[in-house]
Ligand binder design. Structure first.
Ligand SMILES: C[S@@+](CC[C@H](N)C(=O)[O-])C[C@H]1O[C@@H](n2cnc3c(N)ncnc32)[C@H](O)[C@@H]1O
Length: 202
């Protein structure tokens, strides 16, 4: 099964799932908004069903939200307020965003799912002007020993997609190595390893 097919299949269930830690989610939004301005052009990659896009779009000028899964984007398009967002079925390739000069690119809960993470980070770097921001939050599932066997079993029965088992320093290093300066980092929530990074394109 391709990654897009996997996410298409689970999209209806994903849309109904609850935010696991609302306080951590609100903190992530708050910290993200601190770095965005009213006139900004923002791209959110891997937007899922658009919940975060709907929270952030009103605070910037142009908000483009994309996802590899047409199923996720269909659900996002049906939500109230979706007409304020430019929703696209797309991955991390530059070609899908050739009409845009983004001030910031966002990726929440996406980087660990990308088989070619280095390639995607290079694309993101190439799309941003110098000084542009890349803001991400990534589960550092390599921090917990039990994720490896758990993931292997779930992948074997088709219940999990490709996922990279990264620890926090590896996430930071991958972003820095792609040509970014990390200007803010955090863990929201603190006890579950999920790495928030605001990075400025060099
Ligand atoms: C765990 S969900 C996160 C959704 C949303 N960002 C959130 O935080 O709730 C991962 C999303 O990434 C999308 N995705 C997976 N691989 C992708 C890729 N290569 N390019 C863009 N989106 C991708 C999936 O379709 C899914 O909607």
């Amino acid at each position: 099964m391709t990654d897009a097919a996997f996410w298409d299949k689970i999209a209806p269930r994903y849309a109904k799932s609850r935010i696991s830690d609302p306080d951590a989610y609100e903190k992530t939004l708050k910290r993200t908004l601190q770095h965005l301005s009213k006139g900004d052009t923002v791209i959110e990659m891997g937007c899922g069903t658009g919940s975060t896009a709907l929270r952030l779009a009103e605070h910037v000028g142009t908000y483009v939200a994309s996802d590899l899964s047409a199923g996720m984007i269909d659900i996002a398009r049906a939500k109230q307020g979706a007409d304020t967002i430019d929703l696209r079925v797309a991955g991390t390739d530059q070609a899908a965003y050739a009409d845009l000069t983004p001030d910031a690119i966002l990726a929440f809960n996406l980087l660990h799912l990308l088989p070619d993470l280095d390639g995607a980070l290079n694309n993101i770097h190439a799309m941003l002007p110098p000084g542009g921001l890349f803001i991400s939050k990534t589960p550092a599932i390599g921090e917990k020993w039990y994720f490896r066997p758990l993931l292997a079993v779930m992948q074997m029965v088709g219940k999990a997609p490709f996922a990279r088992l990264m620890k926090v320093p590896e996430i930071d290093a991958k972003i820095a190595d792609a040509g970014f300066e990390l200007i803010e980092t955090g863990m929201y929530p603190p006890n579950v390893p999920s790495r928030f990074v605001v990075a400025r394109r060099l």
